[in-house]
Design a protein around this ligand. Structure first.
Ligand code: FAD
Ligand code: NAD
Length: 490
């Protein structure tokens, strides 16, 4: 038995006061007043402080600059936009602070007895040690525990030698001005969003990846399209051969082979590490528990109840290594908190159709099952088909000069059920919602085609892909090239 004195005993302790932790707190409180939320870092949530919101604010500035430059193609000559880096960052930070302020207000509304500041780790399955900023410690005895400790950037340790020239998303949103140049490592979701935004705001951007992967796309045709379309706009090598990365007077010196195999030496002000995130479960003392872990060292949890292999411990949000997105963190937190609040029973919570959107241009979206998942499940029997639309000649997309993109919709042979979609294209965030609602309603491709489509809208592109899919599933007629009753360019 460990030797410690319990400071406080509670029914439910929650590790982390981010989106998942706050949702868990509210849900657990519906069942018991004995709930303690423990937060080690700043309140305000990753999403509002250094994630979803400041990234979208930076992208909004970049989109404006881009739209202004593009206007000449419509015959509207506005000239080259003047970008005031200080003003861009000032708005990003001011609006970010406003969003964070709303979260802080709601945290302030939580009674002091329900909050504790400090980093928590397990001493044993029922006890948490909490280390406070003043180096003091408390011990919390908890009947049930929710792990909602989020995630953090993960990058090769050697890059730490770059000192302050190595930046992650958190650092970018603290900048007072825009730099001249950056090398973004990782053309995943964060790299694409931030890298393209910085490029559009006049920063020289070099983007390097590994394995040819761009964004979250798993469908090879869409991944190829993404590689081409982003490389047309800024330097992107998604299968890069970077030979050396060194600290220099100016910032960071790089030597790499370009796409033609030529060795290039260059210097940039910062290296942006966007090489993925890892769940914050490595410093929780999980080795003190006999708990089942996955290959990343994250407690394995039931998809519907978020209960781990120890029945009194639940996990939610980015920490759970399931789907690291804001709405998922909120949903998972609610389910985990609700179950932790109950004494002796657990209930399955609502898990919605997966949906994800990347706010690049073209946008990228994923709905339902990904191509990779469907291929694994149904590929060997040839039990699914792919409907396609290119946005390059899609009427409304051309009108708006946003006619870049490709969408693949997947459907099941026999049942005709819509299984999922991957999209790179205009308004993908909105198209994805339509498709996700249809997927969650378990609609067939034919039922989706019975829904209304206005003209001329980008959604008509989705109808084209649905028609193609329906025909390939042998549930509708062959696609014809120019369907005049559909409206021009639909
Ligand atoms: C740049 C960027 C852009 C993003 N954009 C989007 C987007 O557009 N849309 C979207 O859906 N998602 C987006 N995300 C993802 C989204 O932000 C996360 O999925 C979400 O914030 C996760 O919430 P969480 O509650 O799991 O973690 P967090 O909000 O990070 O909360 C975890 C909390 O736990 C605390 N903690 C950690 N360890 C301990 C401990 N031992 N003891 C006590 N406290 C601890 C941390 O300090 C933190 O406050 C983005 C993320 C990033 C980084
Ligand atoms: N719009 C959104 O919803 C949004 C925006 C940002 C982040 N997020 C969430 O945050 C999560 C993490 O995003 P992320 O972009 O950090 O991770 P990611 O997994 O999407 O991308 C990481 C990329 O880095 C590459 N990579 C890994 N090691 C590398 C190396 N050494 N050199 C070069 N490239 C390397 C990977 O191949 C991958 O392409 C996302 O999965 C998403 O859930 C969501």
């Amino acid at each position: 038995m460990s030797n410690f004195q319990v400071t406080q005993s509670v029914d439910v302790a929650i590790i982390g006061g981010g989106t998942a932790g706050l949702a868990a707190y509210r849900a657990a409180k519906e069942h018991t007043d004995s709930v303690l939320m423990i937060e080690g870092g700043p309140y305000g949530t990753t999403c509002a402080r250094v994630g979803c919101m400041p990234s979208k604010l930076l992208i909004a500035a970049a989109e404006n600059a881009h739209q202004y430059e593009k206007s000449a193609q419509f015959g509207v000559n506005l000239g080259k936009p003047q970008i005031d880096g200080h003003a861009v960052m000032q708005r990003v930070k001011a609006e970010r602070d406003r969003f964070v302020g709303f979260v802080l207000e709601s945290v302030e509304g939580i009674e002091a007895k329900h909050k504790l500041e400090g980093y928590a780790e397990f001493i044993d399955p029922q006890h948490l040690k909490v280390k406070h900023a003043d180096a003091s410690e408390s011990v919390i005895a908890a009947k049930r525990i929710v792990i909602a400790s989020g995630s953090r950037p993960a990058y090769p340790g050697a890059w730490n030698e770059l000192g302050e020239r190595l930046v992650v998303n958190d650092d970018i949103f603290e900048w007072d001005n825009l730099p001249e140049s950056v090398a973004v490592f990782g053309p995943g979701v964060i790299g694409l969003e931030l890298g393209q935004a910085l490029h559009r705001l006049g920063v020289k951007v070099l983007m390097f990846g590994i394995g040819g992967i761009v964004g979250p796309l798993s469908d090879p045709s869409l991944n190829d399209y993404a590689n081409t379309v982003f490389a047309e706009e800024f330097y992107l090598d998604s299968d890069a051969k970077v030979e050396t990365i060194e600290r220099s007077d100016k910032g960071v010196k790089l030597r790499y082979q370009d796409k033609q195999g030529k060795t290039v030496e260059t210097e940039v002000e910062y290296l942006v590490a966007a090489t993925g995130r890892r769940p914050n479960t490595d410093k929780l003392g999980l080795d003190k528990l006999d708990i089942e872990l996955d290959e990343r060292g994250v407690p394995v949890a039931d998809h519907y109840t978020l209960q781990t292999s120890l029945s009194h411990i639940f996990i939610a949000g980015d920490a759970s290594n399931q789907i690291p997105l804001l709405h998922e963190a909120a949903d998972q937190g609610k389910i985990a908190g609700d179950n932790a609040g109950r004494k002796n029973e657990v209930r399955a919570g609502l898990r919605r159709t997966p949906i994800a959107a990347v706010f690049s241009e073209p946008q990228i979206a994923m709905v339902g099952e990904s191509y990779r998942e469907i291929e694994k499940r149904l590929g060997s029997c040839g039990c699914f088909e792919v409907g396609e639309v290119s946005f390059e000649n899609q009427g409304r997309s051309r009108v708006m000069l946003v006619n870049k993109g490709l969408a693949h919709l997947y459907g099941e042979q026999g049942t005709g059920r819509f299984l999922g979609a991957e999209i790179i294209g205009p308004n993908a965030e909105h198209l994805a919602h339509l498709l996700a609602w249809a997927h969650q309603a378990k609609m067939t491709v034919s039922q989706m085609l019975d829904m209304p489509f206005y003209h001329p809208v980008i959604e008509e592109g989705i109808r084209t892909a649905l028609r193609d899919l329906n025909a390939k599933l042998h549930l509708g007629p062959e696609m014809i090239d120019a369907c005049m009753e559909c409206g021009v360019g639909s």
